[in-house]
Design a protein around this ligand. Structure first.
Ligand SMILES: [Zn+2]
Length: 125
């Protein structure tokens, strides 16, 4: 899903994201379609949560490099560390609100995975 949503997030210069679900009866995994949210934030409570389905993880993209006022920049000019998980991203994966794994799309195009149980941050593409 990040391969689809990350370019859209960069183009819109907004964060986008969704949740990863598992049906406990079948073991099958599902992912929600991306929702666009803030310039430098994504609120996972925006994502609908089907009844009877486990939330096992979440994904989001950071949009483009830029300034707090939404002016786009190159990587060097960005006021944010958009190519990395924020402390808030890691805290979400370490808590119990969105499952234990967070996936991230970055302005560089790199996709990352953070495991809240092991604290491992891995590039996945
Ligand atoms: Zn983030």
């Amino acid at each position: 899903m990040l391969k689809y949503s990350n370019p859209l997030s960069i183009k819109a210069n907004r964060e986008s994201g969704g949740l990863v679900f598992r049906n406990p009866k079948t073991g099958l995994f599902y992912v929600s379609t991306p929702i666009l949210d803030g310039l430098h934030s994504f609120n996972f409570s925006l994502v609908p949560r089907p009844a009877g389905i486990e939330i096992v993880g979440a994904y989001h993209s950071h949009g483009d490099y830029g300034l707090e006022d939404s002016t786009r920049t190159d990587k060097a000019g960005s006021e944010y560390n958009d190519d990395s998980f924020s402390d808030a991203d890691k805290s979400l994966a370490e808590g119990d609100a969105i499952g234990s794994v967070m996936y991230l799309g970055t302005p560089s195009g790199a996709l990352r995975r953070y495991d809240g149980a092991t604290h491992q941050d891995t590039r996945i593409n």
